[in-house]
Design a protein around this ligand. Sequence first.
Ligand code: SF4
Length: 302
Amino acid sequence: MGRIRSRLLEWYDAHLQDFPWRTARDPYAALVAAVAAQQTQMSRVLPTYERWMTAFPTLRAAAEADRAAVLRAWGRAGYPRRAVALHETARRCVAQHDGRLPADLDALLALPGVGPFTAAIVLCFGYGIDAPAVDTNIVRVIGRVVFGDLQPAAETPRGAIDAAAARLLRPGTAARWNPALMDYGARVCTPRPKCGECVVASLCAARPRFAAGAVAEPVRAQGRFDGSDRQWRGRLLRVLREADGPLRLGALLKAADVPAEEKPRVRALLGTLCADGLAWSDGGWCGLGSEAQAPAPRRPAR
Ligand code: SF4
């Protein structure tokens, strides 16, 4: 374990990526980055992070924003329920934690949208507290190096990965060790690993299997996007985000290019956006954000 640790930390120091949330020692910045990183490639995290931090430089600013402003700042980053959770977390921290993120694992896990990975990132980058973060990249690296599995997300029990992540973490190094593993999984021990340039190849339990020609099968193919509910929801949100104000329902469907046969389905999807706190719909009008913050305008009397 010691040699794995030292080689990966050496690699990290030589390939440092200067992401602001890693050095700011700001729990809020760490939270925003961790939420933006969920289900997202690292290359797409920075623009979302910068847009959000420009709009809401503090937790309190995020808490005081209205939902529509939050969703506009999130923009096209995808999975916008993450923005809603971030917003709710900011409000909860102001209401219950004196405007600060708690420096305690259980209290963090009680916040909306905060799971073990996000909590660990807040603790290690924000507070300098040792907590092993485990994301998909880290699952892959640990599952291969320690357990010899080719596709650890499918093959290695998660409990075993978590236990190994805790064993590998040396006290006082979480703010370097967690990003070292994340970056290694993103750049070297990728789904199709670059074993030829790997600094821990001689220590890796999976290396002989890859060297013998074994291939890591994809965990699952991404579902079809074209025509999916996700695509329609994204399209509706884009129109609502770019509108100057409330829209008539018919105008929304027209701007989103919804064909006649898809209208019932897309209307139902607008209902799911409303249920998720992303949009409101009232009396034939609709808009971005929650209903309470963006009430439907009264129709002019004739
Ligand atoms: S030897 Fe290959 S499988 Fe093992 S850690 Fe390095 S890149 Fe990953």
